[in-house]
Design a protein around this ligand. Sequence first.
Ligand SMILES: [Zn+2]
Length: 220
Amino acid sequence: MRLVLLGPPGAGKGTQAHRLEDRFDVVLIGTGDIFRENVTSDTELGREAKSYMENGELVPDDVVVRMVLDRLEQPDAENGFILDGFPRTLPQAQALETELAEHDRPLSAALKFVLTDVLAVKRLAGRRTCGRCGRTYNVEFKPPAREDVCDRCGGGLIQRRDDHEETVRHRLEVYHRDTEPLEFFFWERGLLREVDADAPEDEVTERASDALADLAEERT
Ligand SMILES: [Zn+2]
């Protein structure tokens, strides 16, 4: 199985990615990890990416694409993969498609986790993180027993900068602008499946598996 995951911030994509990785015995490839690996191992691509980041610039598509494609060549990706955080833009999706076609390993599906902006903001801007042990809470959906105090270790809860409402709204805007056009790209190819992400994690995983099974059946 070769899978791309889509969906706005807050839809629980990262969590579902890990769950699907276990279930389907494929390798999960996150762009953040690839970046770190390349920078830490000081590869040519890593040095290139770093030079952009140090200047506060976005790493260009072709550098990102080369890193991901490089990663897909590793033996552990042979059985299949789940891409989380890539592609983010249309040119990245096109580059991925071309490369996979050349290796005769086309994508199996693009799963989109659907969540409204209102819920995404509630989930993300409501998130609080323990400054000591890292456990996360949500003021609305999963509050601690005592306000702003970690149930597990008694540490103080903080709101990460990424979770400030303004930042969240900006991330959603970027998603709608840059990443949403990808849905049409995959839809045109018959690869897009939508999964309602407004449910407990277990339920969303079942929905995702069902969607993938349906798609596999349609293909046979
Ligand atoms: Zn804690």
